[in-house]
Design a protein around this ligand. Structure first.
Ligand code: XIL
Length: 354
């Protein structure tokens, strides 16, 4: 299936005729099918042969669901625990997979001791030394980093576009440029990504997030900050439609800046969807198809990653358990590692680019 067929197939017939001929895209990075990958958990990567097989059967890229977050890496101010990322990277390198690094500067998953950071100077020193140590350790082996994760406020406003975090409190929005420049210094060949979510929502919040995110990356580009790509997480809330035109226009703006686009954490939060599995799986697949086709209409993404590969290991029930008590089914493989319609949608999409 080629890309035009995939995108047209995702449109209702009423809008398909409106689809302009596929515009030439600035970003033609890579040729052939787009790499697919998944967030991995370290333990089953080593002790579950069926999990290993699923990753090896479908993935060209992995990213640690945990391991490279401060909460995992930094049990205290003076310790770096690289056990998890070392094991993840060993698996990737043993099997010819690429590994993404997630994430260097985030508001979330911060160890308690970081609350004692008490000044701008201390925050700068901690952020710079952390990035130099971590990125330096994996220089040349982790080619793509989510340098800043979720920098935009949940409900951004003109006066407060940037999310509260230890870094933002002490350094203001300049922490973002500092993190990018420090990462580039630690590994000049790495591809530097800013990663965020809810860009697909047809709501005032979704529109505001798209606007203030674009303002942020335009400002970073104007400053000459080393930013190479944008990660669109894709934790899709299934109780709202996909703002197809809004998402396509958003991606087109990013592409026009010469920045790459990755889908970094795709899953479909199926809490509000019907209970019966065949019906729910079909709905999840269609939502993923609408999302991917809206992005593919504006660029060739560098990669598509899901936030996990099997329903057996998903973060979704942490926040979005179903009222009927049934297990969530947000990912491309079921809990027995069997492919669901969502996996076919992803494979059709990634192969529609050549
Ligand atoms: C989540 C993990 O999946 C959970 O296991 C962990 O408890 C919290 O973090 N957006 C992100 C990811 O960028 O890092 C988050 O991962 C999910 C939301």
């Amino acid at each position: 299936m080629d890309r035009r067929d995939f995108v047209l197939g995702a449109l209702s017939t009423s809008t398909a005729s409106l689809l302009a001929p596929m515009a030439a895209r600035a970003n033609t990075r890579g040729k052939g099918p787009i790499p697919y990958g998944a967030a991995v958990r370290t333990d089953p990567l080593y002790d579950d042969p069926a999990y290993q097989k699923a990753i090896l059967d479908y993935c060209q890229v992995i990213v640690g669901e945990g391991g490279l977050k401060w909460i995992d890496l930094r049990p205290d101010r003076h310790i770096f625990d690289f056990t998890q990322p070392d094991r993840q990277l060993a698996f990737a390198e043993a099997h010819g997979l690429e590994m993404r690094g997630h994430t260097l500067a985030w508001h979330g998953a911060m160890p308690d001791w970081t609350e004692t950071i008490a000044s701008a100077e201390e925050a700068r020193n901690e952020l710079v030394s952390h990035i130099h140590t971590v990125v330096g350790r994996y220089k040349g082996r982790i080619p793509s980093w989510d340098v800043c994760n979720e920098p935009i406020a949940e409900r951004p406003t003109r006066n407060a576009p940037i999310r509260d975090s230890i870094w933002q409190r002490h350094l203001g929005r300049d922490y973002i440029e500092l993190a990018l420049r420090t990462t580039a210094a630690a590994d000049p060949a790495a591809r530097l990504v800013i990663n965020d979510y809810n860009f697909e929502q047809p709501t005032d919040e979704g529109r505001a997030r798209r606007k203030f995110f674009l303002d942020l990356i335009r400002d970073l580009k104007a400053r000459g900050a080393p930013l190479h790509a944008v990660g669109i997480q894709g934790h899709i809330q299934s109780d709202t439609a996909i703002d197809r035109s809004g998402l396509t226009a958003f991606v087109a703006e990013i592409d026009a800046m010469g920045l790459g686009v990755l889908v970094t954490e795709l899953d479909v939060i199926d809490k509000p969807l019907p209970g019966p599995e065949p019906e729910r799986d079909a709905a999840v697949a269609n939502i993923a198809k609408q999302f991917l086709s809206a992005i593919g209409a504006a660029c060739r993404p560098e990669a598509v990653l899901t936030w996990g590969i099997s329903d057996r290991f998903t973060w979704v029930p942490i926040w979005f358990t179903r009222d009927d008590g049934l297990p969530n089914r947000p990912l491309p493989l079921d809990a027995d590692y069997q492919p669901k319609p969502m996996m076919q949608v992803i494979q059709d999409f990634t192969h529609s680019f050549g």
